[in-house]
Ligand binder design. Structure first.
Ligand SMILES: [Fe+2]
Length: 160
């Protein structure tokens, strides 16, 4: 990966975007499980979403967001607050299918918010980051990524 042409920043954002795409696909799976009243499958898919989001959120919150928060503190604080709400409802399915009959509805509400959240990042934070981060800052974001990895199989072969 060369340092000066901007390809590092594009690769970093591309990986975050592909994780978003994977999550959006999984959300569709939760919706079909919800329509079929299959709470077990909803919980399984919620765990898959949580697994994709774990490294993704680390890269955002410990790589990208600290730099962006200098310019947009309120916006970034709101996105981080949404991360906590999403994690909390997904976390209810950690290791088991939640017994609370209100959980499926709660999950659907928070996943609708997650879809919206993804659009806010892709239409707001990511373009702003591409326009403003320095090479050193992108390298710092990539350091976080190398520490946490990704669940994307295609990304694993691209990273060398
Ligand atoms: Fe994200």
């Amino acid at each position: 990966m060369c340092e000066y042409c901007g390809c590092q920043s594009l690769a970093t954002i591309d990986e975050l975007t592909r994780e978003h795409d994977a999550v959006v696909d999984l959300i569709a799976g939760v919706e079909s499980a919800y329509a079929a009243q299959d709470v077990v499958r909803m919980a399984q898919t919620a765990r898959e979403i949580a697994a994709v989001l774990a490294p993704h959120t680390e890269v955002e919150e410990h790589g990208l967001f600290p730099v962006m928060a200098e310019e947009f503190p309120d916006h970034i604080a709101a996105l981080e607050e949404e991360h906590r709400r999403i994690e909390s409802v997904l976390g209810e399915a950690a290791g088991r299918t939640p017994a609370d009959p209100a959980w499926p509805g709660r999950l659907m509400t928070v996943l609708a918010m997650l879809r919206d959240h993804i659009l806010k990042e892709q239409d707001g934070v990511f373009p702003a980051a591409l326009a403003s981060l320095s090479t050193e800052e992108w390298e710092a974001v990539e350091m976080v990524r190398s520490r946490v990895g990704t669940l994307l199989p295609a990304a694993a072969t691209e990273r060398n």
